[in-house]
Write a protein that binds this ligand. Structure first.
Ligand code: MEV
Length: 307
């Protein structure tokens, strides 16, 4: 049996805009998904995740199943497999749980078949899987999950920025949503108001470029301000909602330097950054609103084979 694990992620800037070719900055976090694979020469693909067992006709485990189908096609091979998923990442909450499961599944399956792939190649195959399942996806989630660290995602390349040491507080609403549906609603809005939505996307791109500069200068006050402006633009795309806004304002009132949604939105999670002295205040303010508050940090550890 081969077991691989990969981190979840948060977006400091640029989710949704990145789907339309604008840059984004995403960071791996120290919450991980873990996938074990036992390959057989024939038979079905069976998934066991969090006390549920299913085969590939189940909607629920479509990322792992699609990953297995794409590996079969790419390497012209057939196999059966028992795939076991364990995760610290709440699913469908915008923390990159599906990307972490996807890249861990690809790595564990290919290793089991004796195929050596580097993490960037796994990320590219993972991007194909996400495109297939979600309809449209940026390369950000699978790249960050595969390589770890702080990543600038641009239209034609992805690069690592300097590692950041700052407390990150996540507020998970527990409201699950399908990334595919939120992406489709933004696409509909863009079709209806092309020039308006293009301007919003390009402003988000500008925020990411400013953000990159402010991160390099270690100016977290400006990073927080830019996150707040980014949130205003996400709001304009209709991907925030009243529950998320309550968490965001509670975090800001408790002393967060910046707070915004992370990931697709419409449920899922908010993200706040703050100074070390205010972590407890911000965490408690988020928890008081009924969300699961998680204090986490940026992780430089990407996809890897567990010993
Ligand atoms: C989802 O985690 C982030 C989106 O930008 C979609 C993507 O980048 O594929 C909404």
């Amino acid at each position: 049996m081969i077991t691989c694990s990969a981190p979840g992620k948060i977006y400091l800037f640029g989710e949704h805009a990145v789907v339309y070719g604008e840059p984004a900055i995403a960071c791996a976090i120290n919450l991980r998904a873990c996938v074990s694979v036992e390959v057989a020469s024939s038979g079905k693909i069976t998934i066991d995740a969090m006390d549920k067992r299913a085969n590939c006709s189940s909607e629920e485990f479509k990322y792992a199943c699609c990953a297995a189908q794409i590996i079969k096609k790419l390497f012209e091979t057939d196999f059966g497999a028992e795939i076991t998923i364990r995760s610290e990442l709440p699913p469908r909450q915008g923390l990159g749980s599906s990307a972490a499961v996807t890249v861990s599944t690809i790595k564990a399956l290919t290793q089991s078949l004796g195929i050596e792939l580097d993490n960037e190649t796994v990320a590219k195959i993972g991007h194909k899987v996400e495109n297939e399942v979600q309809g449209k996806a940026s390369p950000a989630d699978t790249f960050v999950s595969s390589t770890g660290g702080v990543v600038l995602v641009e239209e034609t390349k992805t690069s690592h920025l300097a590692q950041l040491d700052m407390p990150i507080i996540i507020g998970a609403t527990g409201v699950e949503r399908a990334t595919r549906d939120v992406i489709a609603s933004v696409s509909d809005l863009r079709k209806k108001y092309p020039s308006v939505v293009s301007d919003v996307m390009s402003s988000m791109g500008d925020i990411t470029r400013f953000g990159e500069q402010k991160l390099a200068e270690g100016d977290l006050v400006s990073v927080g301000e830019l996150m707040n402006i980014n949130q205003g633009l996400l709001e304009s795309l209709g991907v925030s909602d009243v529950t998320l806004s309550r968490l965001i304002y509670a975090a800001r009132t408790a002393g967060a330097l910046g707070a915004k949604i992370t990931g697709a939105g419409r449920g899922g999670c908010v993200l706040a950054i703050t100074t070390n002295g205010k972590v407890d205040h911000v965490t408690q303010a988020i928890a008081k609103q009924g969300a699961l508050a998680l204090t986490t940090a940026i992780s430089s550890l990407g996809l890897h084979v567990e010993a």
